[in-house]
Write a protein that binds this ligand. Structure first.
Ligand code: SAH
Length: 310
């Protein structure tokens, strides 16, 4: 398709040098440019349940290998700025700007996607909806473009935290909704009103489409924009009882004050998108009581608040 949308991406490789020497630094540098997804192209042995199915044991530690990441950005401008910053900081890595077509992305994604269980929820693509989910709530997601299919640990950690949170009748805000998975999970758990915001127009489009696949999901208010901009929450009935924020450690830290302002004094925050190393800085920046922490490999999800901490 000549006019199919292409995603700005940056391929980062380390030749024959090991990934472990670069991963942390590259992740930290990338944070400043709000990458929308990082795809690790290193071939890993698949566990028996398929890609990242948490109901199966984790695959054994992969052998040390070179770095091979494809990082997606919301604009070619962000990608180019990130490339310049990375080249300056890490000149011994190789960088290639790419445009990944929607078709490639969708086709590749669809092959890999099966239903995933996290806490009280099962996130399922339309072709793998469980027939007997038991007590679990099924959230159907069409994994076309938005991040959040349940195949990333940070989404699962938020779903586990949400499983421990009473959102009955609550006003919920989902910051960086991506596929809309957390917003839908919150409405299915009984939230009264859910506002979901994302800076990526395509993510909101596909989230709307996924919402239509969930007959029990009542209206979610979808908003396109950067949550750091001021003003929209006043029109949207904020502050909120529960705020969901699966972003990055860098963004949680730099926007901590803004995020706190969006939460009612007795409200809670569920956040993820960072690892154990970043966790102390994220907790310190947010300054809210830690009510529960969830981990998967090195990823962390936190349930915070319910009365201000610091
Ligand atoms: N909530 C989903 C998606 C998380 S990915 C899940 O848990 O799986 C993070 C999302 O945040 C992306 O869709 C990205 O476009 C969006 N995002 C990043 N920075 C943002 C900002 N400043 N304002 C609004 N959305 C943002």
């Amino acid at each position: 398709m000549a006019d199919a949308k292409a995603w700005p991406a940056l391929l980062i490789t380390s030749g024959d040098k090991l990934a472990s020497a670069y991963e942390d630094l590259i992740s930290a540098l990338l944070d400043d440019f709000s990458p929308t997804a990082v795809q690790d192209l290193t071939e890993l042995p698949l566990p028996p349940g398929g890609l990242w199915d948490p109901t199966y044991p984790a695959p054994p530690e992969p052998p040390p290998s070179p770095l091979r990441w494809r990082v997606f950005f919301s604009s070619a401008d962000d990608r180019d700025r990130a490339e310049r910053a990375l080249r300056a900081a890490q000149p011994d890595l190789e960088y290639r700007a790419e445009a990944i077509s929607d078709d490639d992305w969708a086709a590749r994604s669809q092959r890999a996607f099966t239903a995933v269980t996290a806490g009280d929820f099962i996130v399922a693509p339309p072709w793998d909806i469980p027939t007997s989910p038991g007590n679990r709530t099924v959230v159907v997601i069409d994994p076309s473009r938005g991040f959040g299919t349940g195949h990333h640990a940070s989404t699962r950690l938020c779903l586990r935290a949400l499983s421990e949170t009473d959102v009955t009748g609550a006003q919920v805000l989902d910051l960086g909704t991506g596929s809309g998975v957390l917003a839908m999970a919150a409405t299915l758990k009984g939230a009264r009103e859910v506002l979901a915001i994302d800076v990526d127009t395509d993510a909101i489009d596909s989230a709307r489409q996924s919402a239509a696949l969930n007959p029990r999901v009542p209206a979610i208010h979808w908003l396109i924009g950067d949550f750091r901009d001021r003003g929209w929450e006043a029109l949207s009935g904020g502050p909120f009882d529960t705020v969901l924020a699966n972003l990055t450690g860098g963004m949680l830290i730099s926007s901590a004050a803004r995020i706190r302002d969006l939460i009612k004094p007795e409200g809670v925050l569920i956040c993820s998108g960072f690892d154990e190393q970043e966790r102390p800085n994220v907790e310190a920046a947010l300054g809210l009581n830690v009510r529960a922490a969830f981990t998967e490999e090195t990823w962390v999800g936190l349930l915070l608040g319910g009365g201000r901490g610091l």
